[in-house]
Design a protein around this ligand. Structure first.
Ligand code: F6P
Length: 535
């Protein structure tokens, strides 16, 4: 692998300063540097990857043993080695396969829970299960991180399919979040779903108690309007939630990979079990593609290799995810957790220091909004930000087709502008046409130069449906997995979130005045003094 990384770095040295436009003048470049599967098109031709670069990158797949690791994941091996767990979120969307973990087929349990979820969702949607004030009108999912981002993102993405009760999502421990969400809801017709894998997360448990108090002020039996999604059956019982309304899953489903199972219940209630099945089918379709397609045509592998090229080889620390679809507005946040919690690690699986950079900083906003906000830096800033555009061929609003065309043309224009740029000579001409001459023409023209050669990829989707959403989420999951294997890290733990949790717990009694701040550093002491002055 060291020789391979060295070869990639040498290749990068040779090509780093060349212009992208001449590459793109080859009429075959688009088709040669893109891949398709199941209606999706991934175009990575507007990058500086050429045939040599791609062939070296593809060798990383073999060199890192990606295929063997992939099979180990799908077949239930303990690949999350720091927590001693299998990694089987793929089992949640493949209910027909048998998957053995520690000598036991886990699928009967998966199928049973899925069937119970379907029954519950149908009953809530049809009004067979009612709140104490009538049929449920609203569902509030209380969860955070992976117990929030998946269903919250998907509920917006699939809103054209939503025909059940309204869904709301509360995550932040800031009381403002739950206060603003519950205001205007009727406790007697609201179902509260407490979503927490561990059922110990302080934000979620605090919000759940607040919701229970809110409910208790209006209905006779508050617990009867709760459901829970968790691996911790004892804790859900302690909270008072009836076992018939508890949907469990196993520790082999990581939080950020959990939208496919019980954590997706609010989504299932919103769109209905049939559409949720399509969502699962989309994920399963991508799983099959990931397992069967040769690396050169394998979408998750290609996305991963392009990511590795930009981050570890070219040294671009961030990746912008720019969906040209308003309903994918929460996808960047979802992918931010997926990538950064999975691959933001400083040591390899064996505990040795990573010799390469960990995964990228992922951020983004939907286009065209971002164009009027941060694209300035992407086009003319001194740092390169590889951009991942996502565009959808067909919108859900046939009467607004002209708006969709405008949206899509903006997306294409951005990747073209990033790639081509605008040279000084052209900017000078534009200034001359405005009547400027001499030093002022030159000065003004320099501000209007676009350096170009800024890489981007485009993922094109036929239409945003439950199936295609399933496909793209699984695509990104597997991309993160491949990147993690190539970097030699464990993508499935998240020890980096623990220290802050511990310190927050210790600070609470200090803020309440029950413990002293002695021993705290001077910055924290000053901030504590400031905050305590309120009371
Ligand atoms: O703190 C990080 C984390 O553990 C995430 O990985 C997880 O998605 C989130 O917290 C919520 O955890 P839980 O579902 O156990 O409440």
């Amino acid at each position: 692998m060291t020789t391979l990384w060295q070869a990639l770095e040498n290749h990068h040295e040779q090509v780093r300063d060349r212009a992208l436009l001449p590459l793109l003048e080859d009429p075959l470049r688009g088709s040669e540097f893109s891949a398709r599967h199941g209606g999706l098109l991934f175009d990575f031709s507007k990058t500086n990857i050429d045939a040599t670069g791609l062939s070296l990158l593809l060798q990383l797949i073999d060199g890192a043993g990606v295929e063997a690791r992939r099979e180990a994941m799908f077949t239930g091996a303990t690949i999350n080695e720091t927590e001693g767990r299998a990694v089987l979120h793929t089992a949640l969307r493949n209910p027909d396969d048998a998957v053995m973990v520690a000598g036991q087929d886990v699928m009967p349990g998966v199928r049973d829970t899925l069937a119970r979820m379907r029954g519950f969702a149908d009953d809530i949607r049809s009004g067979r299960i009612r709140g104490q004030g009538g049929a449920y009108t609203d569902v509030v999912n209380i969860g955070i991180g992976g117990s929030d981002l998946g269903p919250a993102m998907a509920a917006i993405a699939l809103s054209p399919y939503a025909d059940g009760p309204r869904t709301h999502f509360v995550s932040n421990v800031d009381g403002a979040h739950i206060a603003d969400t519950l205001r205007g809801l009727d406790p007697a017709t609201t179902l509260v779903i407490v979503a927490s894998k561990t059922f110990t997360t302080i934000e979620t448990m605090t919000n759940a108690e607040t919701a229970r108090d809110w409910m208790a002020a209006s209905v006779a039996d508050p617990a009867a309007q709760f459901a829970a999604l968790s691996t911790a059956a004892e804790r859900t019982a302690e909270f008072g939630i009836d076992p018939s309304r508890v949907f469990g899953f196993e520790d082999w489903v990581g939080g950020r990979y959990s939208v496919w199972g019980p954590i997706g219940l609010s989504l299932m209630i919103a769109i209905g079990p049939a559409d949720f099945d399509d969502f699962l089918a989309g994920g399963a379709d991508m799983d099959r593609h990931f397992r069967q397609a040769a690396p050169a045509h394998n979408l998750p592998m290609l996305l991963a290799l392009v990511g590795i090229w930009h981050n570890q080889i070219c040294g671009h620390a961030t990746r912008a995810v720019l969906p040209y679809d308003q309903r994918l507005s929460r996808l960047p946040a979802y992918l931010q957790q997926l990538e950064m919690e999975s691959n933001g690690k400083r040591v390899a699986m064996d505990g040795s220091d990573l010799t390469l950079h960990s995964g990228p900083v992922v951020w983004g906003e939907p286009g065209t909004n971002g164009q009027h906000a941060f694209y300035q830096l992407i086009h003319q800033g001194t740092r390169i930000v590889p951009c991942e555009f996502i565009l959808v061929r067909k919108g859900h609003e046939p009467h607004l087709r002209h708006q969709h065309r405008l949206l899509v043309s903006n997306c294409l224009a951005q990747s073209e502008a990033l790639m081509k740029g605008r040279p000084l000579a052209e900017a000078m001409e534009i200034m001359a046409a405005k009547g400027l001459t001499g030093a002022e023409q030159d000065r003004q023209a320099r501000h209007r130069v676009f350096p170009g050669n800024r890489p981007s990829t485009t993922l094109a989707i036929p239409k945003l449906t439950p199936f295609t959403l399933g496909q793209i989420l699984a695509l990104y999951e597997h991309r993160v997995f491949v990147e993690g294997v190539i970097l030699g890290i464990n993508s499935f733990d998240q020890w980096g979130v623990e220290l802050g949790k511990e310190l927050a717990l210790a600070l609470q009694p200090i803020l309440e005045g029950r413990a002293s701040a002695e021993g705290k550093d001077s910055s924290t002491t000053m901030l504590l003094d400031y905050l305590r002055a309120v009371d």
